[in-house]
Design a protein around this ligand. Structure first.
Ligand SMILES: *Cc1c(COP(=O)(O)O)cnc(C)c1O
Length: 426
């Protein structure tokens, strides 16, 4: 069968396929650069695995207390080395990214300390962790105060505002790399390095934590290469490579990571307990695959930006901008277009492709939300997924794709559904 017939069998019509191919023709150089980054990151991961003598012994399941768990201990050394950090905490007992961030913050902040975000509002779920929104067990309840310095209108750092916000109580600075569901730019690792250097020039003993969600392996350096004391993320995003069924990581300075281990388990126990429950093969192999998986997701994001940009939609980032995370926003301008787009993403999935996504009132949001995801790991957003709140500017946030070809199919299918709904004419 010809390629185009294959796509037709999947439901992508001839004109949609041709439109996609025309867009792709202009992206070869960009894709080659992404492959070069992936190649460097692949080498970095293999080097870390070889250095720590990963062997079949590391893949054995442990239960109970998990004392002397070789697989767990070696995996943490592999993460530490790949991130060029002193120490790492990488565990299935860390349930998600928010949990990893909450552990890092609460382990390193004590009553009377102040937390500073110099990059504006943090990710939604952190509002409750910090206590910006009332929640039992927030940092605020434990006497940790919070201060925030917003970005400038152009999306840059407000240097003087940040200097003025640092006081004798400021203990920890939290920096979110990815824009998440905001409209601000995502920061490059280099920009994060400048910010860390600046806050430490004002107060040298500040602890700098970077929320690295969606950023891992997008560049050849990580926040841990530019002075971050803790770099934190989720294993069902980039570094799990799509295979990790659960988990989070914290890498960084030994003194900080050790405290995180005591917070996660218990004072006195720390990193010594925590059985691996048989997930080690997936965590190792996922980390091994992560550089190429991230490359595929990035190609999908760039393809989407160029395709929808060419059709006249506002896309953030635009088709030509450099990338520092895997998230692509497309402003579709109407609820119907959001539904059509997400219907296409869902229809392209290997799992649950027969399901039709519909807007629903999700807890914590002030408008209905639509989500498309047909994932092997529930909620995994390194797998192809799209979501967004049904409100102006009717933007969908699109991310992931375990392979570039799946991301490509998803985007073509989204366009197909837009065409079928009469929203787009090619
Ligand atoms: C996803 C995400 C989180 C939270 O991770 P969960 O695994 O969903 O809890 C935090 N910060 C950013 C920027 C994220 O993208």
């Amino acid at each position: 069968m010809q390629m185009q017939e294959m796509y037709e069998a999947l439901g992508v019509q001839r004109d949609v396929y041709a439109y996609g191919e025309a867009v792709l023709a202009g992206l070869q150089e960009r894709f080659a650069e992404i492959d070069r980054v992936a190649e460097q990151n692949q080498a970095k991961v293999i080097w870390a695995m070889q250095k720590n003598r990963v062997s079949a012994q590391c893949f054995a399941a442990t239960t109970g207390y998990g004392y002397d768990d070789v697989g767990r201990d070696v995996l943490e050394k592999v993460y530490a080395d790949a991130f060029h950090a002193e120490a790492a905490l990488v565990r299935p007992q860390i349930t998600c990214g928010t949990h990893a961030l909450a552990v890092a913050l609460s382990a390193n902040l004590l009553p009377g300390d102040e937390l500073l975000s110099p990059v504006g509002k943090p990710y939604d779920t952190l509002e409750e962790v910090i206590g910006i929104r009332q929640s039992p067990c927030s940092l605020k309840e434990y006497g940790v105060t919070y201060r925030q310095v917003d970005l400038t209108p152009e999306g840059g750092f407000d240097w003087e505002g940040i200097r003025a916000a640092i006081n004798e109580r400021t203990k920890l600075v939290t920096i979110q790399r990815s824009k998440g569901y905001q409209t601000r730019p995502t920061f490059s690792v280099e920009q994060i390095g400048e910010l860390i250097a600046f806050v430490k020039s004002v107060k040298p003993d500040l602890i700098c934590m970077v929320d690295n969600c969606y950023g891992e392996f997008v560049e050849t350096i990580e926040p841990s290469d530019v002075g971050a004391d803790m770099t934190v993320g989720s294993l069902i995003k980039n570094p799990g490579g799509g295979l990790a069924p659960i988990g989070g990581y914290i890498v960084g300075a030994k003194a900080c990571v050790e405290r995180c281990a005591y917070r996660l388990s218990a004072p006195g126990l720390g990193q010594e307990v925590g059985a691996n429950l048989g997930v080690m093969p997936a965590l190792y192999q996922g980390f091994f695959l992560a550089p190429t998986v991230v490359a595929g997701a990035l190609k999908g994001a760039i393809f989407a930006a160029n395709l929808y940009g060419k059709l006249g939609y506002r896309v953030v980032p635009d088709g030509a901008e450099p990338r520092y995370d895997i998230i692509q926003a497309v402003e579709l301008g109407s609820p119907e277009a959001m539904v059509a787009f997400c219907t296409g993403i869902q229809a392209a999935a290997p799992v649950d492709s027969y399901v039709r996504p519909e807007p629903w009132p999700m807890p914590g949001y002030d408008s209905d939300v639509i989500m498309a995801a047909g994932a092997f790991v529930q909620g995994s957003s390194i797998e192809l997924s799209a979501d967004g709140p049904i409100r102006p500017p009717y933007a969908v946030y699109f991310q992931g794709g375990l392979t570039w070809y799946h991301a490509k199919l998803g985007i073509l299918m989204s366009l197909q559904k837009m065409v079928e709904a009469g929203i787009v004419r090619l």
